[in-house]
Design a protein around this ligand. Sequence first.
Ligand SMILES: Nc1ncnc2c1ncn2[C@@H]1O[C@H](COP(=O)(O)OP(=O)(O)OP(=O)(O)O)[C@@H](O)[C@H]1O
Ligand SMILES: [Mg+2]
Length: 279
Amino acid sequence: MSNVIAVVNHKGGTGKTTTAINLAAGLTRYSDVTSSCLLIDMDPHGCATSTLLGKLDGEPPARSIFDVLRRAITPQDGIASTIYDENIDILPANPSLESMAKTQITDRLSKVVESVSTSYGWIIIDTPPNLGVLTQNALVAADYALIPTQCNGLAVPTLQHMKTVISKIQERQNVWLQLLGVLLTQKDGRTPLQRHVRRELGQVFPAADIFKTVITSNIKIEEAPANFQSIYAYDSGCLGASLYRDWIKKEFIKKHQKLEKKKVEKREAQEAGLEEKKK
Ligand SMILES: Nc1ncnc2c1ncn2[C@@H]1O[C@H](COP(=O)(O)OP(=O)(O)OP(=O)(O)O)[C@@H](O)[C@H]1O
Ligand SMILES: [Mg+2]
């Protein structure tokens, strides 16, 4: 089972949570992999948690990923079902998660993910807007990193930094981590995507790593979470729903399949190398 996706970008407000929750809902609808999905909310602000549990400004959940990470409860006891989608469960966030950020522990989430991975077709991890311990835990636990970013030239230095962090994690802690891609979000629908933005992004990531679909700004995308719904359930015919749906069906799933194949080949090559050494 290797469908664990960390949604990361240390810049705030780039569409991480919006993409994580609509990706989760889209995958349960449109992918061939078993339809169940677990969303792990690693952001102490808990925006994904509020939407999926249907509690805006409510009490934080009594049991959360924080309790699981500090080993006070089992992962199974931390998981809750959601009102958002019957096929999506959540390991919710709690503001106390912030205290974990002060530790040096970066491999705890990977053990949690391992212990629940056979129960879900997909595991999506939403992360906070920084590169601290919580985001590092997500990257160490994940098979894939997905980077939502806004569509301006100012995003480029941030992405450069993100790329370096991913490379370090690949070298030191998670050789199986692969970049799924960069998703441009919140583009002003009235103006064409400035050519220089793609060109500048192209200096950081190869074109194959930048999804062609651009998620434009769409009021329905903003409204859906306040109604505790995915964009497809809120208004399946709106532009936002068709953009996320097209991205998942036409690009995300294909890219995932391609990278899975690459991973199998790498594993086989590694095993063949070990066999060779034994002789
Ligand atoms: N395509 C879009 N169209 C309109 N609004 C959007 C779109 N994508 C995201 N938003 C809105 O932009 C804001 C920031 O998005 P979101 O919370 O997903 O970003 P984030 O990267 O998770 O932020 P943070 O770093 O604070 O966790 C939210 O109010 C969200 O509803
Ligand atoms: Mg967020």
